[in-house]
Design a protein around this ligand. Structure first.
Ligand SMILES: C[S@@+](CC[C@H](N)C(=O)[O-])C[C@H]1O[C@@H](n2cnc3c(N)ncnc32)[C@H](O)[C@@H]1O
Length: 251
């Protein structure tokens, strides 16, 4: 049976059972490859006009694939807490809060950035999101263990600052991630970054270019604790996302 057929069967099964089921849905990082079914040539046009993309008039830095995937995950997970690292204009935090409202999920959204002066005013004044200013190189200062201990589960943690990845993963691992929680590491698609090799910010390019390797090494040390959720990860083809092997469930 082809992969296409497998996926279709899984979706039909999911629909009939009203929940996303699939065979071998959760897999170890050692069973995953660093490759993607979406052709290399698609990534530049898919991401080129990010600066034009908005939610309620606020810049939203997500690809169309994540815009389709995250609501499905949110509906299934019913998170009580979302922690976003990297607020930028606040568009994604407001979008996440709106998804919770849409699904009548009573969850809290925290969004961290080193520079909250970047926030759009409508985001800043939205009482559903708690924006926290702080440096993810010193994550315990902005999200201290005492605060994390008060946050209801399940959690969805989205890493989108591209700094101190291993430190951040280790911090959440040791300070609160529980069985059933989800963790997403954004922008681990190496091919996408290769297509952006002409970008001016070489330092950022170097950091994002390392993310997938850093994630794989960390996950290899936590093989039995974090599994890739292939239902979402491979919905648009193998690793069909700007986030490769990085939709993770804490087991
Ligand atoms: C890719 S943007 C976030 C985009 C946003 N999540 C979205 O989807 O619309 C990355 C953000 O990380 C922030 N950032 C960079 N270095 C940081 C650090 N050391 N600590 C916290 N935030 C940082 C930047 O200020 C920037 O706003």
């Amino acid at each position: 049976m082809s992969t296409q057929m497998d996926s279709r069967s899984v979706l039909q099964l999911a629909e009939s059972q009203q929940e996303p089921l699939c065979f071998n849905r959760f897999v170890k990082i050692s069973d995953r490859e660093d490759k993607c079914d979406i052709p290399r040539s698609a990534w530049r046009p898919l991401t080129e006009n990010y600066n034009l993309q908005t939610w309620k008039g606020i810049h939203l830095d997500k690809s169309p694939i994540e815009i389709a995937l995250y609501p499905m995950l949110l509906y299934e997970l019913q998170p009580k807490t979302i922690i976003e690292l990297g607020a930028l204009k606040g568009g994604s935090a407001i979008w996440l809060a709106d998804q919770l409202d849409l699904f009548s999920i009573e969850g809290c959204v925290y969004s961290v950035d080193i520079d909250l002066s970047l926030l759009n005013n409508n985001a800043r004044t939205d009482s559903r999101v708690e924006f926290l200013e702080g440096n993810c190189n010193n994550i315990s200062a902005v999200l201290p263990p005492e605060l994390l201990a008060t946050l209801a589960h399940p959690w969805l943690v989205i890493e989108d600052t591209h700094v101190n990845l291993v430190g951040v993963l280790e911090y959440f691992h040791c300070n609160g991630l529980q069985s059933g929680d989800y963790l997403i590491v954004e922008d681990t698609n190496k091919v996408m970054w290769e297509e952006w090799a002409d970008w001016d910010d070489k330092e950022l390019l170097a950091r994002v270019g390392r993310k997938l390797d850093e994630l794989r090494t960390w996950l290899t040390n936590h093989q039995n604790e974090y599994l890739v959720d292939t239902y979402y990860q491979d919905m648009y083809g193998y690793n069909g996302s700007k986030n490769w092997n990085s939709i993770l469930k804490r087991i």
